[in-house]
Design a protein around this ligand. Structure first.
Ligand code: NCD
Length: 299
């Protein structure tokens, strides 16, 4: 999101509107990516991101394939660059990559003919998640300008929070963040966000309330006393939610730890668009792949 201009974000979001019409129609086939090939290369687990890129590629007629670190020569010790070059040499147009190291896609991209899409790099960014989140907000409110967005939970480990903070600011929205002090990285104020002292303070009067998963797999030391205590102080429950605007959207990138960052009643409440986010993820990834191929064709 750091590299995208506001006009480019707007172009992706408006293209995604057309893609959503395609993917929700009776005939989900287009020829936008006919003759192109897309490979997803995932060094971390994923359900939504990986499958949505694969569905997006298939709906637009591309040849697509998946490779993950566990079933490949990565487990024999092959380097990231050798793995990426191997995929590149099979006439691949786009490599969609998730990696546990921040900056991994930026590292390989200059060495390849294929374009590289970041599907989440360590604790850095997850741009297509932020784009689908922005799409979901725009679908409800018509514009992102002036929206108050509360992002609550494990901000420190969240590439989703970082990408949303950067992207939403570019589109004229305002982000408030809240979470335990030990899970709040320095510098969010410099991204233009308001760092709140409590989840209640962040949620008060918000148009959008976004919960984040507690990313225990990225923690090397204990950053809070217990999960039960975390849930007591930082879960977005119905009482906290009542402080937001009456029709505020409830969002979560998934997967959700029910009862930790959100109770199930909030996850399933009428204002929750968590399932719509999944659908919108396919539309936004169709738009990203389409626009990328269009630029490659121009070049
Ligand atoms: C997020 C991710 O992988 O960063 N999930 C996703 O892409 N839908 C958030 C998470 O794993 O908690």
């Amino acid at each position: 999101m750091k590299e995208l201009e506001a006009e480019e974000i707007a172009e992706i979001l408006s293209t995604a509107e057309l893609m959503k019409m395609v993917m929700t129609s009776n005939n989900k086939k287009t020829s936008h990516l006919q003759g192109k090939s897309v490979v997803t290369l995932f060094y971390e687990n994923s359900t939504r991101t990986r499958l949505s890129f694969e569905m997006a590629s298939k709906f637009m007629g591309a040849s697509s394939a998946n490779i993950s670190s566990s079933g490949s020569s990565v487990s024999k010790g092959e380097s990231l660059l050798d793995t990426a070059r191997t995929i590149d040499m099979m006439s691949t147009d786009i490599i969609v990559m998730r990696h546990n190291q921040s900056g991994a896609p930026h590292f390989i991209a200059p060495h390849l003919k294929a374009s590289v899409v970041n599907a989440g790099d360590g604790m850095n960014e997850h741009p297509t998640q932020a784009l689908l989140d922005m799409y979901t907000m725009k679908e409800k409110y018509g514009s992102l300008e002036g929206l108050e967005v509360a992002i609550c939970g494990d901000i420190y480990h969240s590439r989703v929070a970082r990408s949303n903070a950067i992207g939403l600011k570019k589109m004229g929205a305002h982000v408030r963040v809240a979470g335990p002090a030990t899970l709040m990285p320095p510098g969010f104020d410099r991204l233009g966000c308001t760092v709140c002292k409590s989840v209640k303070e962040a949620v008060e009067g918000a148009d959008v309330v976004m919960g984040l998963r507690l990313q225990l797999e990225r923690q090397t030391k204990s950053l809070f006393p217990s999960v039960a205590e975390y849930a007591k102080f930082y879960a977005i429950d119905m009482a906290t939610l009542s402080l937001a605007k009456p029709d505020a959207l409830i969002m979560h990138p998934g997967p959700c730890n029910h009862g930790v960052e959100l109770p199930t009643v909030v996850y399933d409440c009428p204002q929750s668009v968590i399932n719509e986010q999944v659908t919108n993820g396919v539309a936004v990834r169709m738009a990203v792949l389409y626009l990328l191929i269009a630029r490659r064709n121009q070049a």
